[in-house]
Design a protein around this ligand. Structure first.
Ligand code: MRU
Length: 352
């Protein structure tokens, strides 16, 4: 089986005067087009519009966005440089609140920028670009490790359900939830992926289906409200989803609808797994109840994809994420190994 190279969601092109190339996910699956960002404000806009999305990928975008935000600051005025750094981090931090990878990446960049007072501003700018690239490379390595840690869960002939897109498009590598699928496929195992379409923005239908098809992995899309019937038919052996933030007790925030899928899996006796890099854990949050949940605009429901489907005078409920309690999760597949069962103690043991 030849290894397939998954699509690159985001990369920095060139040196300090280069740009960020983002595969514009708003246009998939019908158009494959690259967005070139040369200003931090363009990166913030791309994150807000979900042109780049998925917890690890928005962390990488934010890190690279910091470089764009500070690179034109004066090399001789450290005060101006630090003010621009602060301004850029604020702009990017305000984009999407749920995925912890975003604030984690910004904090890491801000720390690096101020770590060595003997460096000139020009040297710090180069250091920041290297750090942003390192964040992307480390994420790719974590994706691969998640794939290797989780591949044995996917047996020959299995049916695997996933929700949203936690694949290459959402990360700097081969994904989180999809990583075990890529590795199992490389190992020659045959299995079928069921991709929930994932209302309202259809990340499952548009993105997961697109990227798995590129890799020749057998994928079938279903509307979200068909998952119960699919599970009842006996065709789902396990569920794997991604995560946007994992609290210290193992509660998981992920794309809206994940909680419902976990409850359905429980009702049908189907193991429900989450796959995430160690950068998605936020041990400062005791439980999922403290995780900030992004609310999106009503038009994503009212006028999604081309036509109005809800009357103008009707309100829409539009949280982008929900929280699945730890007790409904069989295990968390991480770059440091499998956490099973999911408890505060087992998380601490693996994350150290
Ligand atoms: O709103 P999105 O598309 O950014 O939501 C993405 C998800 O919920 C993913 O499952 C999660 O970020 C994990 S990506 C590896």
């Amino acid at each position: 089986m030849t290894a397939h190279t998954p699509p690159t969601a985001i990369e920095w092109v060139g040196e300090l005067d280069g740009y960020i190339a983002i595969l514009d996910q708003t246009l998939l699956p019908t158009q494959v087009a690259t967005l070139q960002c040369r200003e931090a404000s363009e990166v913030a806009d791309a994150i807000n519009r979900l042109a780049v999305r998925g917890a690890p990928a928005i962390g990488i975008a934010a890190a690279m966005g910091v470089v764009l935000g500070v690179r034109n600051a004066s090399d001789t005025d450290r005060g101006e440089f630090l003010a621009r750094l602060d301004q850029t981090c604020r702009l990017l931090r305000a984009t999407r609140p749920t995925a912890v990878n975003l604030s984690w990446a910004l904090d890491r960049m801000a720390t690096v920028a101020q770590a060595d007072e003997t460096l000139s501003v020009a040297e710090i700018k180069t250091t920041l670009l290297a750090e942003a690239r390192r964040i992307a490379d480390e994420d790719a390595a974590m994706c691969r490790a998640i794939g290797e840690a989780g591949q044995s869960l996917i047996k020959d002939g299995a049916g695997v359900l996933t929700h949203c897109n936690a694949g290459a498009l959402a990360t700097g590598g081969c994904g989180t939830a999809l990583a075990p699928m890529y590795v199992a496929h490389e190992l020659g195992r045959r299995f079928r992926v069921y991709a929930d379409e994932t209302r309202p923005l259809l990340q499952g239908a548009r993105l997961t289906a697109w990227e798995l098809t590129q890799a020749d992995i057998d994928v079938t899309v279903l509307c979200d409200n068909m998952a119960a019937s699919l599970m009842a038919s006996g065709r789902v052996d396990l569920v794997i989803t991604g995560a946007d933030r994992i609290a210290a007790n193992g509660d998981v925030a992920n794309k809206i609808g994940t909680y419902g899928v976990a409850l359905l899996a429980h009702a049908h006796g189907i193991p429900f797994y989450v796959a995430a890099p160690s950068t998605t854990f936020d041990l400062s949050m005791p439980t999922g109840a403290e995780i900030p949940i992004e609310e999106r605009g009503a038009d994503e429901i009212r006028r999604g994809f081309g036509r109005q489907t809800v009357p103008d005078n009707v309100a829409c409920y539009c949280p982008a994420f929900d929280v699945t309690p730890a007790k409904r999760i069989r295990g968390i597949i991480t770059d440091r190994g499998l956490i099973e069962p999911v408890r505060r103690e087992t998380i601490n043991a693996v994350l150290g």
